[in-house]
Ligand binder design. Sequence first.
Ligand code: SF4
Length: 400
Amino acid sequence: MTATTPADVTGEEHPGGEGETLLSVSGLRKHFPVVRGLRRKTVAAVKAVDGLDFSVRAGETLGLVGESGCGKTTTGRLLVRLDEPTAGKIVFQGRDITHTKGAALRRMRRDVQMVFQDPFSSLNPRHTVGSIVGAPYRLQNIKTEVGIKRTVQDLLELVGLNPEHYNRYPHEFSGGQRQRIGIARSLALRPKLIIADEPVSALDVSIQAQIINLMEDLQNELGLTYVVIAHDLSVVRHISDRVAVMYLGKIVELADRTDLYERPMHPYTVALLSAVPLADPDQRGKRKRIQLAGDLPSPLDPPPACPFHTRCWKAQEVCTVEEPPLAELSPGHRVACHFPENAPHANPEDPRQRDPSVPSEDGVVPKELRDAEAHQAASQAPAPPAPAAGQTEPGPPPTR
Ligand code: SF4
């Protein structure tokens, strides 16, 4: 693993950082059309990915986390060009690969590979391990048959499998071994970037640790760069240098791993982290669990402005009318929220992210301040005059 370094979302180099920008993504969108009727008329669009901006530097691991349906897997598929983006730009090693096709796409695939989530369905049960792991060579037409067998056996050994199992079928392996086969296949062409989509979520916990350790060892040995897609925050924390949190097709927070886990700023990240089980029994019960109201809204009709406002306990009127920008609130820590937690106030990029004790020039007064003023006014209001001697409290109005 590389040392954690600050980074931005625009693909620019960072002062003091190591490695060059390998991949940069700007304004990336994928809208799946919903068609109806005999004429297949487009009546709506599922906004699976809705404007992503981030970069990945050579040798680092970027974790992508979020609830099911937030667009993580679609993002991974866009990066390896399994899906065609609706809009935006993907630049890999300085080349625009957004709409690459044909021979250029095949060349790109040598450098960008994917590890799929389910090792049971991502391997063809009718093919031997040798055929599966050797397929990239045949597709790219870059090795002789004799060379392929020797190279595949080397790869099997590299990922901890017995090279003599070259002629076995996937059903003869356990889940962890199958995922190793998937990793060996992704390594066949010596790629620079691997997109791992939930690489361990289908595996037992003990096997998960083996696969994660294997991925780390391979990264150190081969200088790989990873984008790891996962919903398990513990896995992401272990393996990532930086973490991007996604919600409804957008990145709502992107930061260095330690920064994000110790000082989460977006309310959604705070809620996600509050749900992570604690290993230390002494700490259990001390942390407040935040339960979000309702389900993830449909990407068919996402809420306007801040997409999280329908579930956010800090939401105010401005959140329903103005989309917060993904702004850098501390070095390398970007957040899309008008009222972030744990944040240094007065973000220069968003005048609404300010000290709540200072009303803004546009007259929007933060809710904390309004609540505090209302409380103060109530406590300072003059007490009602006490009833004179012999008088009684006014009773309810007489009824007929
Ligand atoms: Fe919550 Fe408003 Fe921040 Fe959105 S912008 S996360 S609704 S506080």
